[in-house]
Design a protein around this ligand. Structure first.
Ligand code: URA
Length: 248
């Protein structure tokens, strides 16, 4: 077992223990969902090996409860002294615990820090339009950030801050176990894939994170500054949706 796999197993067990799961069944139940179903109330679609499915996903209520427990842990986090002392509130993530797609952003801005919801400011409104153009609703997907606290002045997250939040976003992905993770911008892509390659070079390629397929695209804030790049993001969305069996 690699150190990364060992960390994933430890985090999964911690999430389950925090959600009150004291015993694990021998095998996870698996079901199927229709290709067009953007949440997985009936279970995952696709043909990954059974071992890839987290035991928590056998029951959707378990996932919601595991996320609630983790959210409470995040709310009490003071690991980044500067962020913890300047935040209004933590911004955990929102959407369906059974989402097939997670959109992964950088960090809360002023609007998110005030509301506690990810992607509600101008960039968030653009993300909502992108999601809806993919024939999805915000509540069908799950939206989260690398950092759960706003960096002062919206500066880039520091490596130590990403490291402090790593356990949180990895556990969110572990609980939700989405089929697809769409990294929005370089900060999210670098944090998840542990690479330093420029975002332009990470686009149009498939990566994996545990059982999830990962695709990278530009951040909506970048699109607000460079509207011409919307065409490339749309190409990336078409690639992801086509892989899900949805032609846009
Ligand atoms: N930018 C992000 O990366 N995340 C948000 O929640 C808002 C803006």
């Amino acid at each position: 077992m690699t150190p990364r796999e060992a960390r994933a197993v430890r985090q999964r067990l911690e999430s389950l223990a925090a959600a009150g799961v004291a015993q694990l069944p021998r095998a996870a139940m698996r079901g199927t969902a229709p290709a067009g179903d953007m949440t997985r109330a009936g279970g995952r679609s696709g043909g990954e090996p059974a071992a890839a499915a987290p035991v928590a996903s056998t029951c959707d209520g378990d996932r919601a409860e595991a996320l609630r427990v983790l959210q409470a842990e995040v709310a009490g986090c003071t690991k980044c002294v500067e962020l913890a002392s300047s935040r209004t509130t933590t911004v955990f993530g929102s959407g369906s615990p059974t989402a097939r797609i997670c959109f992964f952003g950088e960090a809360p801005g002023a609007d998110e820090d005030a509301s506690g919801e990810p992607f509600v400011g101008r960039a968030g409104q653009l993300l909502t339009k992108i999601i809806e153009a993919c024939q999805l609703r915000r509540e069908d997907v799950y939206i989260l950030n690398v950092l759960k606290c706003r960096p002062p002045g919206n500066r880039l997250p520091l490596p130590g801050e990403v490291g402090n939040c790593r356990g949180f976003f990895e556990r969110q992905f572990e609980v939700i176990s989405p089929e697809y993770i769409c990294c929005l911008g370089a900060t999210a892509a670098h944090a998840l894939l542990e690479t330093a390659e420029p975002i332009g070079k990470l686009r149009k390629r498939w990566f994996t994170f545990h059982a999830s397929k990962v695709i990278c695209t530009y951040h909506p804030s970048y699109l607000l500054r460079n509207p011409a790049a919307k065409r490339e993001v749309w190409d990336d969305m078409k690639l992801m949706m086509a892989d899900m069996g949805v032609e846009l």
